[in-house]
Design a protein around this ligand. Structure first.
Ligand code: ACO
Length: 209
């Protein structure tokens, strides 16, 4: 075990409903696959290129291997993987990955939210919950988010969350079949000692139930 895992985060009420984060479970496969196949057009343009093709990578059959890989990385302390639930139902994922300790204590954060739950503050709530957790309980000092400049909703999530733009990474990630430029955003622990969740609540964008 390492600090910060396993854990449940939330609940936090936003426009779309009650948001909670919990670890992935083997029986999440059916709903995960249904959402991912249904929302392909909306997700694929922003996600790392799937070598095997979208339908194979997101088939029900491929979940047990992904679940077990996430779980073992979480146990080793290199990843903090969460399912996002809205009113108790899986509605996306948020992950802190590539955790490097030592004198860096940094990682990336990434997320997706089902199309029919989007626009209701879910991703912003999830980013707030996981950022606070990573700094307070998982021993991290810096989180980094890389986003395609064309991804307006995700840029908005990071701006609302107080992530700072640090630069442009040229041809950074293989996304939707090509090497895509990404904007790099980051935040460090001392910038949010008051907590992102507290800020959301203070601005009236979220409520602690
Ligand atoms: N242009 C500008 N702003 C937009 C647009 C648009 N076309 N569409 C939505 N927005 C705004 C919304 O109005 C909202 O802002 P507001 O609260 O000020 O009105 C904001 O973008 C979205 O905020 P949330 O509701 O908290 O986010 P949501 O739950 O909708 O999830 C997400 C956002 C995760 C980016 C979702 O759209 C998604 O899953 N997209 C596909 C996958 C993806 O892009 N993942 C992110 C990759 S980058 C990364 O992980 C660091």
């Amino acid at each position: 075990r390492h600090p910060g895992w396993p854990v449940r985060l939330g609940p936090l009420d936003v426009r779309a409903g009650t948001v909670e984060l919990r670890g992935p479970r083997l029986f999440d496969g059916a709903r995960w696959s249904r959402l991912r196949i249904r929302d392909r057009a909306y997700l694929e343009q922003w996600e790392p290129t799937a070598v095997e093709g979208w339908d194979e990578r997101n088939a029900l059959m491929s979940w047990p291997a992904q679940w077990s890989a996430l779980r073992s990385m979480a146990r080793r302390g290199t990843t903090l993987p969460f399912m996002i639930t809205v009113n108790g139902e899986v509605a996306g994922q948020i992950t802190v990955g590539n955790i490097v300790r030592g004198s860096l204590r940094s990682a990336w954060i990434g997320y997706w939210v089902a199309a029919d739950r989007a626009g209701g503050g879910v991703a912003t709530a999830a980013v707030a919950l996981l950022t606070d957790h990573a700094f307070r309980h998982a021993g991290l000092h810096r989180l980094e988010a890389t986003v395609r400049p064309e991804n307006a909703p995700s840029l908005r999530v990071l701006a609302k969350s107080g992530y700072r733009e640090e630069g442009l990474f040229k041809r950074y990630l293989d996304v939707a079949g090509q090497w895509r430029d990404h904007l790099c955003f980051a935040i460090t622990a001392e910038e949010v000692s008051d907590g992102l969740v507290r800020r959301l609540v203070a601005r009236g964008e979220a409520r602690l139930p």
